[in-house]
Design a protein around this ligand. Structure first.
Ligand SMILES: Cc1ncc(C[n+]2csc(CCOP(=O)(O)OP(=O)(O)O)c2C)c(N)n1
Ligand SMILES: [Mg+2]
Length: 375
């Protein structure tokens, strides 16, 4: 099958025959809301890096800077009752799930920003009560599959959750996030094959940020598009512009509709670029193993700027309004709170202050959940 085969790719389904894309059905407010979600994900990243530099936070940070459109665009296409499985680079997803139309409401199928910040700071309010590193969390109530460090390890879990939901008569779609490097794992193939055979509603998002630690994509896979992994399973594989939140929304919405209508799993590859090192422990090395031109090229289409340009073109904001909060192109050292909408800053502040003020768990808790007490 040729590399760019479209054999298994269904047509966009917003309005058959009209050429309309899912985004064309969004209101002006929803368009603007997507920009706010991008700011929120970006501010989480900027704020944590600043906190660490100020000495108020320890531990490794895995930045999602420059990859925010994948999180915002994909989550916007889901229902509250759908499931997600984020991994190390998707931290904002844990508190951004079910945010669409619900800004300011705590009545969401999501984890709270207080819980997530408590996890990052290792405080008593964290879901794991400070036992584990920052992304190793989940919530059955919020329908977030527990993240682990074993790459692609959440896809078989997602397939199981999808199977169970179907047996229970549910209509949930399960969206798993994975780096392109994880597609080389055996379990990636075993799990998607199982989902394909049973037509399970599992969408595998491949966040192709061009690097898996220090390995570039041409040493990971011989074809240009990781979405072509789908061909081997006989399922659709779409490629989205991961810098464009609306393109991600379109492709994910198509995949969601395909899955929810019983047709089965699919893959959506989102092309992006890892802005920093693998984690902040790798920043210095990454600046050496990645040529300067590669970094400049990869970061030149900031998702916030791409989104604003589209909103201006649509007439949904003026150029002056687009220039008001200029977070695009700025890393933690350059960005200030004035570069973000005040409600975004306030939202994060709530979580950060809560975590900083919270206590550490009592040391006596150490053996809790480890041994079963004798009855
Ligand atoms: C099964 C497995 N092998 C190796 C590792 C070590 N490891 C952690 S992250 C990573 C690179 C991941 O790259 P990619 O999947 O592209 O995700 P990214 O970090 O770029 O978002 C590696 C090799 C691991 N966690 N799990
Ligand atoms: Mg990668």
């Amino acid at each position: 099958m040729p590399a760019n085969s479209t054999t298994n790719i269904p047509k966009p389904t917003a309005k058959p025959g009209t050429g309309q894309r899912p985004r064309d059905l969004l209101t002006k407010e929803e368009h603007l809301e997507l920009l706010r979600h991008l700011y929120l994900a970006r501010y989480f990243d900027v704020r944590l890096i600043k906190e660490k530099r100020r000495g108020r936070l320890t531990g490794t940070l895995y930045s999602s800077h420059n990859q925010e459109a994948i999180l915002a665009g994909s989550l916007f296409g889901l229902k509250s009752t759908d499931w997600i499985s984020p991994i190390h680079r998707d931290m904002p997803a844990f508190f951004m799930k079910d945010l669409r139309g619900k800004w300011g409401s705590d009545d969401r199928m999501s984890m709270t920003v207080e819980e997530i910040c408590s996890q990052v700071w290792g405080k008593v309010g964290s879901p794991g009560r400070a036992r584990d590193n920052w992304s190793h969390i989940g919530s059955r109530a919020a329908r977030i599959i527990h993240s682990t460090s074993m790459l692609a390890g959440t896809i078989p879990v997602a397939a199981g959750v999808a199977y169970a939901d179907r047996l229970d008569g549910g209509d949930a779609v399960i969206l798993t996030y994975n780096g392109e490097g994880s597609t080389a794992q055996g379990v990636f193939h075993e799990a998607i094959n199982f989902a394909a055979v049973h037509k399970l509603p599992v969408i595998t998002v491949i966040e192709n940020n061009q690097w898996a630690y220090g390995t570039p994509t041409h040493l990971e896979y011989p074809l240009e598009d990781f979405a072509r992994r789908a061909d081997g399973f006989g399922i659709p594989g779409w490629v989205a512009d991961g810098q464009d939140v609306f393109d991600v929304y379109d492709k994910i919405s198509n995949a969601v509709e395909y899955a929810r209508s019983g047709k089965g799993p699919s893959i959506v590859e989102c092309k992006t670029f890892r802005a920093y090192g693998h984690g902040d422990h790798d920043d210095d090395r990454a600046a050496k193993y990645r040529p300067a031109g590669n970094i400049e090229e990869g970061r030149k289409r900031d998702p916030i700027a791409v989104c604003k340009a589209y909103l201006v073109e649509k007439g949904f904001m003026t150029k002056e309004e687009a220039g008001q909060f200029a977070a695009e192109g700025k890393g933690a050292p350059q960005a200030t709170d004035d570069d973000f909408p005040p409600d975004v800053v306030a939202y994060l502040k709530r979580g950060v202050e809560y975590a900083i003020k919270s206590t550490l768990p009592d040391a006596a808790e150490g053996a809790m959940w480890v041994y079963r007490e004798q009855q």
